[in-house]
Design a protein around this ligand. Structure first.
Ligand code: NDP
Length: 265
């Protein structure tokens, strides 16, 4: 049996085992996707176990997305540019690292016409926001503005990718808004990041948080008639990309989607 898993800490909340195991089962693949809850101090030791046990692939989340790169045989240019590796796969005994978060952002937005010639505002300046800036840039957005609570963090990210930045409170409209802060995570009431009056029906709102599925921003956006992409879509689309590289088979998308939705709705 092939072993895969989510490498994170904490990791118990991860929906990746349900998503990938549903996919393996549907295609009759003899594989198991496990939880590897590994504190930062034990990462190196874990990577030795990964090699001994011949683990076939990993999804990587906090706090390991940067440090895992030191323990792999090769890291591709996408992970290097994003500065984080969320995806590991084994090939001929070598461990390769990449990043598929950007696919989790690009594919759902492509279903609504894509980034090209759009004015994009990204809320947040952490790791997920970095992947969003990378994706918007790679997909030829007309403009990209990073808005963040801490201006200094927005400045650092924006300068690296040559885009605009400002404080979160200075939101002033966009064609596409990507919500990449952790404000409102696990909070059913949510946090108001953008006043509802500043949203309008021509906007596309992409939310990264999926617990709760209906965040404050999603709720407000639906009320004004904007188009929305809820947070599980990013998880799913990066998951489909990982599944296809690991197994060389087309992921059973609807079955994987249902497995995730069963856990969050
Ligand atoms: P980081 O910790 O790297 O960044 C957090 C960001 O949120 C920072 O910009 C921080 O601002 C901002 N922030 C935190 N609290 C508040 C607040 N109360 N008000 C305003 N801004 C706030 O996290 P990540 O970038 O890794 O993740 C961001 C979110 O994206 C998380 O909720 C995560 O769960 C989600 N995510 C979802 C994925 C999916 O597949 N759907 C994949 C990856 C992430 P400051 O700089 O001021 O501290």
């Amino acid at each position: 049996m092939d072993i895969y898993g989510i490498l994170a800490h904490p990791a118990h909340h991860s929906l990746s085992p349900a998503m990938h195991n549903a996919g393996f089962k549907a295609l009759g693949i003899d594989a198991d996707f496990r939880i590897f809850d590994v504190p930062a101090s034990e990462l190196e030791q874990f990577t030795k176990l990964m090699r001994e046990e011949k683990i076939k692939g990993l999804s990587v989340s906090k706090p390991h997305k940067e440090n895992i790169m030191h323990f792999l045989d090769e890291v591709d240019g996408i992970a290097e540019k994003i500065g984080a590796c969320n995806f590991v796969y084994e090939k001929n005994g070598r461990y390769l690292g990449s990043n598929v978060d950007w696919i989790g952002i690009k594919e759902p937005i492509d279903q609504f016409g894509g980034f090209e010639d759009k004015n994009v505002v990204i809320l947040g300046a952490g790791g997920a926001a970095r992947a969003a800036v990378f994706t918007a840039k790679k997909s030829h957005a007309a403009s990209i503005t990073v808005l963040n609570r801490t201006l200094e963090h927005a400045k650092t990210l924006a300068e690296e990718f040559d885009c605009e930045f400002n404080k979160l409170v200075n939101f002033n409209g966009a064609d596409i808004v990507i919500q990449a802060t952790s404000a409102g995570l696990n909070n059913p009431e949510g946090v108001e990041l953008i006043p509802k009056e500043k949203l309008n029906p021509s906007m596309l709102i992409f939310e990264m948080i999926y617990t709760p599925r209906e965040t404050r921003l999603i709720r407000d956006a639906l009320e004004v008639g904007a188009q929305v992409i809820t947070g599980e879509n990013m998880l799913l689309h990066q998951g489909y990309a990982a599944f296809e590289i690991w197994t060389a088979q087309k992921p059973p998308r609807e079955i994987m989607r249902q497995a995730v939705l069963d856990k969050i709705t």
